[in-house]
Write a protein that binds this ligand. Sequence first.
Ligand SMILES: C[S@@+](CC[C@H](N)C(=O)[O-])C[C@H]1O[C@@H](n2cnc3c(N)ncnc32)[C@H](O)[C@@H]1O
Length: 222
Amino acid sequence: MDYKARSAYKDSKIVNEYDSKRFYSIRGKVINFLEKSAIEKAIKYIALPAASEILDLPCGTGRISIFLAEKGYKVMGGDISPEMIDKVRENARRIGMNGQTEFQVLDAEKIDCANSHFDAVVSLRFFGHTPPEVRKRVLMEFKRVGKKYFIFSYYLKNSLQEILRRKKRLAAGIPWYPVSFKDIDQEMKQVGIKKIKIFPVLKYFSETVVVLGEASYSNGNK
Ligand SMILES: C[S@@+](CC[C@H](N)C(=O)[O-])C[C@H]1O[C@@H](n2cnc3c(N)ncnc32)[C@H](O)[C@@H]1O
């Protein structure tokens, strides 16, 4: 099934403006900081060893891949957009991050990587763009390539921020797929990922929650 974000980020204007439009304003910087803080809390919660291999998919322009590489993790960033991959390679090169990071065009619905390859799989700002049936395929792929831990951002239906953004998204023609806490539990359970803990990006306001999960082996996948 097709969905807008699958092809939208191949447009060079969108790619070139991706960081400046989202993360350069004070508001953007704060949100970026809060999202990274939630990821950091999740990593600390499981005490993810420093040498762990992490898949960041989709990596976009690389803010999360680079953040994780700076912490000493070995990071593979993937994105379906070759233009995004060119941009993230350029960004990593500019700050001298080539050694700990690798970037490659990857489709999250059919990841070209071996089973159980990564210690952790991280996916930010993706599940709001993906319809439930796509998310299920993606989650199954994450579960297949991931050994143990999963860190995803989900977007909460009827949160204050989602309600405030709803009209704007509709007017801009941005399809959006928010979920309830129950949906998160069900989706993760269906693919054999056990929810460990939820880290809200900004409690009582933000639509974004960072969800930490662990592979459960009961579905016979491993
Ligand atoms: C909103 S950006 C998020 C990027 C990054 N995770 C971040 O938080 O800044 C969404 C990205 O998803 C990518 N994308 C969409 N469908 C994809 C798929 N099936 N597999 C891999 N990447 C995909 C787009 O190319 C785009 O770069």
